[in-house]
Design a protein around this ligand. Structure first.
Ligand SMILES: [Zn+2]
Length: 365
């Protein structure tokens, strides 16, 4: 595999910094960036790293018309919807995402994926009880503990211990019902869902939901919590102490509960925040730009922070070193006087701007 040499007449926005006329070499396991010495440019414009959609379920193909989360889960269990969950037509979806600059997707799956299939980073989804045996998870897969109500405390703890070196994600505090479940109050997981699947509670009750994380040894930036919507100050305090990452899925959260995670508060506590679209069962599409715009407008998050969330921050969850490991988007545009003006133009018009997507050599599409 040969390295790609890219010389841009213009700018590269990287981790909050601006580089003028960058020269980039994308190799299999390395990259170098420096300012170009001569005038032989290969591209012209404003470049940013390829974006990472940090949470999807590619096996969902259609919206599920049920905004009550418990009823939504029941529909899935009874297979009244999406009866054929699977990877059909996924290539087309992925092609569409790459064309708009989303060049990495953290996908939750129940298939054992043994070969790397760029741009997907597969997370093997685990659901189970105290008596469940820990599955053998292939080297290239990360782990998804489905949620505290579906993975017992004891099983979660055993898996975290067994796979210390892997990255983890877990749906956490997506709804109020989950808060009630973890604090031992009456809740519809135990009242409605458990009887359907003949399951009994094995997890203990906590005074604050996030104590569950302490009990299972969920520590560090490579352990991420997805959603984190129904939280208290105490939860945020615990999660910041554990140094967990949080992946927010704003449109999916609006669909179910009409609100999003307290992102500014999380940022102020130094928590690493990334963004996902969630799957098509609860989100209009997998277009990450729409989530970014929503956070910019609704939460007034500074624009450079939003771009960090979908690049650097998301990368920290899987522990990759090279920010350009997922390629580059070069917007063939005349940059504005200040970089944030250009970033705003990109944020608002990304799909319509003329652009080139540069994928690293290890992507064999
Ligand atoms: Zn999810």
């Amino acid at each position: 595999m040969t390295a790609k040499k890219i010389r841009i007449e213009g700018y590269l926005f990287l981790e909050g910094n601006i580089l003028k006329n960058p020269s980039i070499e994308l190799g299999k396991n390395y990259l170098t960036i420096k300012e170009s010495e001569d005038g032989h440019f290969t591209h012209k414009g404003f470049a940013i790293p390829g974006l990472i959609n940090a949470h999807t379920h590619l096996d969902f193909h259609k919206p599920i018309n049920e905004r009550d989360f418990i009823k939504w889960i029941v529909k899935i269990i009874k297979e009244e919807v999406n009866p054929k969950r699977g990877y059909e037509n996924v290539d087309k979806k992925i092609e569409g995402l790459i064309n708009i600059g989303v060049t990495r997707i953290y996908d939750i799956t129940r298939n054992m994926v043994t070969e790397s299939n760029d741009p997907i980073t597969p997370f093997f989804e685990i659901i189970g009880k105290d008596s469940t045996e820990i599955p053998e998870i292939p080297k290239n897969m990360m782990i998804s503990l489905h949620a505290p109500y579906s993975v017992s405390q004891n099983l979660a703890k055993r898996i975290v211990e067994r796979y210390r070196k892997k990255s983890f994600v877990m749906h956490f505090l997506e709804t109020e019902e989950e808060q009630k479940f973890l604090t031992g109050k009456n809740n519809r997981f135990e009242e409605v869902i458990y009887p359907i699947i003949s399951r009994k509670r094995e997890t203990e009750s906590f005074s604050t939901p996030s104590e569950f994380l302490i009990k299972i040894g969920y520590r560090g930036i490579r352990k991420a919590l997805v959603h984190f919507v129904e939280v208290t100050e105490k939860d945020i305090e615990i999660v910041s102490r554990l140094k967990n990452s949080v992946i927010v899925c704003p449109r999916s959260n609006l669909f179910f509960s009409g609100k999003v995670a307290p992102i500014k508060n999380l940022m102020n506590r130094g928590i690493n925040v990334a963004i996902g679209t969630d799957g098509l069962g609860s989100s209009p599409n997998l277009n990450l730009w729409e989530e970014m715009r929503l956070l910019f407008l609704l939460e007034r998050i500074p624009i450079a922070e939003i771009f960090k969330m979908v690049t650097t921050n998301a990368l920290k969850i899987v522990g990759l070193r090279n920010i350009l490991d997922n390629g580059l988007i070069i917007f063939e545009m005349q940059p504005n006087k200040t970089p944030t003006d250009t970033l705003l133009e990109i944020l608002f018009q990304a799909e319509d701007l003329k652009k080139k997507i540069i994928l690293p050599p290890h992507y064999q599409l």
